[in-house]
Design a protein around this ligand. Structure first.
Ligand SMILES: [Zn+2]
Length: 341
């Protein structure tokens, strides 16, 4: 199986986040991608570079104004003599205006983001664009007839919405892959999100559409990030009503309960009968993950892969989270193995 990788991810580095009252280095690090890359190399995967897919394709999923903001904000920040990495410090919460974007950097940052864990540094835009191209290249490979392809995306993408970044995510790689498949003629596409956290950005992007089904298994947002989306009563709206399925699970969930929920998700996919599948593959469901609370073990990831592969659909697997760095390569390739040639 082909795996799409770009070294540009490494330029997105050294950022800090506000975590439980402390400013700490982001849990999302370049080392994550390099350990996955090493596991792919020793596992016999073929690493390919992303194609130079036109940036205009990003606008199939994101607003042009938002893309331009992400591209330029670090240079503006530096030009104004500000120090450190770009981080927002205030948001248009309930009671404040959300219809107007302030002209200044701080106001614009709050307008376009939703947390303080997603720093923008000098190399962030190039890394995010490369990750988006990795995902769309994997989609192109599948559109051209590969049974499956994997995109080693870093930064991840599933928290990024149409015009909002957050949760370590800037551009929504999985949504771009799904839209790419739609644009290449796949009639219906399902996105199955198995990251520990709810894929709020993906859900928002396809909320009112019936041509992309969005299914997410994740930690219950009553206690888990991103807190304000991912509840079971969110089912889509308008044309999209019934095409979003959220399966929140309690802290401490182990393989048995997880597999039961996964089977429910797979049954919904079979009913929808898509022409292709995009998997938002986070492995922060792992027991040793430092910021998550499920109890999956490394031996469970091949089982997860087998169940998903049994759908027998053309499949794009897109890397999302996973912060137990030492085991991330083993756990990712554990899932991928079921799709290997
Ligand atoms: Zn996650």
């Amino acid at each position: 199986m082909k795996a799409v990788y770009s070294p540009l991810h490494a330029g997105h580095a050294g950022g800090v986040e506000l975590y439980r009252g402390a400013l700490v280095p982001t849990f999302e690090t370049p080392e994550r991608a390099e350990i996955i890359r090493a596991a792919l190399m020793s596992g016999g995967y073929t690493l390919v570079a992303p194609r130079a897919i036109p940036e205009s394709r990003l606008e199939r999923v994101h607003e042009a104004e938002f893309i331009e903001f992400l591209r330029s904000v670090h240079a503006r920040w530096v030009a104004q003599g500000r120090q450190g990495h770009v981080l927002p410090s205030g948001f248009p919460a309930r009671g404040l205006r959300r219809d107007r974007r302030p002209a200044g950097i701080s106001g614009s940052l709050g307008y376009f983001s939703f947390d303080v864990s997603t720093p923008i540094c000098a190399g962030t835009w190039d890394a995010a664009l490369a990750a988006a191209r990795c995902a769309m290249t994997a989609a192109a490979l599948v559109a051209e007839g590969e049974r499956a392809a994997y995109a080693l995306c870093r930064p991840p993408g599933h928290h990024a919405a149409r015009s909002t970044f957050g949760g370590y995510c800037y551009l929504n790689n999985a949504a771009l892959a799904a839209q790419y498949l739609r644009d290449e003629g796949h009639r219906r596409v399902t996105i199955l999100d198995v990251d520990y956290h709810h894929g709020n950005g993906t859900q928002e992007i396809f909320w009112e559409r019936d041509d992309v089904q969005c299914i997410s298994l994740h930690g219950d947002p009553d206690t888990e990030y991103p807190w304000f989306m991912g509840y079971a009563d969110e089912r889509g709206a308008g044309l999209g009503e019934g095409y979003t399925l959220n399966l929140p699970l309690p802290a401490g969930t182990g393989w048995e309960a997880y597999a039961a929920a996964l089977d429910e998700a797979l049954a919904a996919i079979r009913r929808y009968a898509p022409a292709a599948l995009v998997v938002s593959l986070g492995v922060d469901t792992f027991a040793a993950d430092p910021i998550s609370a499920f109890k999956l073990e490394s031996r469970h990831y091949p089982l997860m892969g087998e169940r998903i592969a049994a759908l027998d659909l053309p499949t794009v697997l897109v890397q999302e989270g996973g912060y137990a760095v030492a085991e991330i390569g083993t756990n990712v390739t554990g899932v991928l193995g079921a799709f290997a040639d």
